[in-house]
Write a protein that binds this ligand. Sequence first.
Ligand code: MG
Ligand code: ZN
Length: 215
Amino acid sequence: MKVKLVKNILEANDRIAEENRKIFDEHGIFVINMMSAPGAGKTTLLEKTIRALKDTARIGVIEGDIATTRDAERIEATGIPVVQINTNGACHLDGNMIREAMDDLPLSAIDLLIIENVGNLVCPAEFKVGEDAKVMLLSVAEGDDKPLKYPLMFSEASLLLINKIDLIPHTNFNMAKVKKECMGINSMLDIIEVSAMTGQGMDKWHNWLQQKFAL
Ligand code: MG
Ligand code: ZN
């Protein structure tokens, strides 16, 4: 019974995500679902990306967190539309939460919507929200053993951003090993090394985004 229940929940979520997709498509919005562990640097990366691209694209953000509006406040300071979802304990965003948050965004005035998922390497990858692409962040500080330990997220993502590369000299992070193991899980995965803090590699990420989204 339990197995069937979980399957039903995921199927129901997929249907809602499909409906979200239709609404996004009607408005011509390209949607990124951004996922990572807590502290990988999603919000810092987003702040830098918004500031770099907001004159060429109309960007909107949905922030997912278990509690607080801290991340939304940081995004709001960049001057673009943002909605904060508090999941009150739930460890991922789902289609319903996005459906509700959409009502608070000026959809006709957005071309690129970035959804920052709850920091968690497990279930965000299981729940579609209506995105065009999943982008995953892995920070050097988390260690190089994550792809094989949390393979689903790496297999679901279109792009892996390896963040905080400025910290590599202070760690035993093996970049070649990580890339090889990622390719073993998902041979279609694009990988870009960045440091949101120093700006290194950020132009490559922005180019990836602009190509996908064809600004
Ligand atoms: Mg954040
Ligand atoms: Zn969850």
